[in-house]
Design a protein around this ligand. Sequence first.
Ligand SMILES: Cc1cc2nc3c(=O)[nH]c(=O)nc-3n(C[C@H](O)[C@H](O)[C@H](O)COP(=O)(O)O)c2cc1C
Length: 192
Amino acid sequence: MKILHIDSSIQAEASASRLLSAAIVAQLKTHAPAAAVTYRDLAADPLPHLTLARFGSAEGEAVLEEFLSADVVVIGVPMYNFGIPSQLKAWFDHILIAGRTFRYTETGPEGLAGDKRVIVAASRGGYYGKASPGEANEHAESHLRAMLGFAGITAPEIVIAEGVAIGPEHRQQALDAALAWIDDVAPIAATA
Ligand SMILES: Cc1cc2nc3c(=O)[nH]c(=O)nc-3n(C[C@H](O)[C@H](O)[C@H](O)COP(=O)(O)O)c2cc1C
């Protein structure tokens, strides 16, 4: 059983998404202590932008293989300027590869990585939920769902701590709610 743990916040200890993604991995490990965890910190060790030369390169292939070989992928995602961090977009550019994680067919695109379980820990300073004034500017969760769905991962499990920049109480409430959600994350064996 392989877990790929990815973080993308530029913050360290103060990061909400890092705290939550670590809690998810810890929760998974309580049920599956033997699971192997590969950690990729996209802020500390950013991937370069995709170039033509990187298609099929050894480094590009290693990033893709790391994703393909994982049974469970846990991703920490802060909202930056209404979307995902560019570091995380660069990672998606490395893994959304025709013929490997999706393919085009006569009836439309088909995802090839749908056997994976993906759990996302997202954080955002404001509020972007359904019917909130910020809803129209939500381009992080929706983009993630689109990219994962394209690879066949149509039901990612997503927890979002939102309003964390409003004030310390809002932040704590959001983290407590997210951590309670994580307490109930199903064990790996039940789904993978
Ligand atoms: C560069 C930058 C851009 C941000 N843009 C937004 C934004 O568009 N909307 C929002 O609600 N919060 C925004 N925030 C706040 C973060 O989403 C929030 O602090 C979140 O907790 C960051 O994740 P982290 O705690 O894991 O670092 C931004 C923060 C930074 C540093």
